[in-house]
Write a protein that binds this ligand. Structure first.
Ligand SMILES: [Zn+2]
Length: 109
């Protein structure tokens, strides 16, 4: 849910405007008690109901965003795993170079 600064008064607490992101009411703005269900549970829609077509478009876009976020998370994990493998290989390579240089120096002295 997203907040913005509309201020009204109810039950001694602020009433705030929020945006619903449920499948049924995606993008619909409403006023609600700042404490939600823990407060007086005040609730009133600000926007009229969204038509089925717009709701379908919004839900489709939300699903695509979720898919892209999941893909991004998967790629981040893959990247982290590859980075760790490169670091391990790099450390191993440094060790081998050190040993070779040490042995070579021992031989010529
Ligand atoms: Zn309230």
């Amino acid at each position: 849910m997203e907040r913005s600064g509309v201020r009204k008064y109810d039950c001694g607490e602020w009433v705030v405007q929020r945006v619903a992101w449920t499948e049924l009411n995606a993008g619909g703005r409403f006023f609600g008690c700042v404490n939600g269900r823990n407060g007086c549970n005040y609730f009133r829609w600000f926007d009229p109901p969204v038509c089925d077509n717009a709701r379908g478009v919004i839900c489709g876009l939300l699903r695509r965003i979720k898919e892209h976020e999941d893909e991004l998370e998967r790629l981040k994990m893959e990247h982290m795993n590859e980075l760790q493998a490169v670091k391990r290989t790099s450390n191993w390579f440094k060790y081998v170079v050190f040993v070779v240089v040490f042995l070579f120096a021992s031989l010529i002295m």
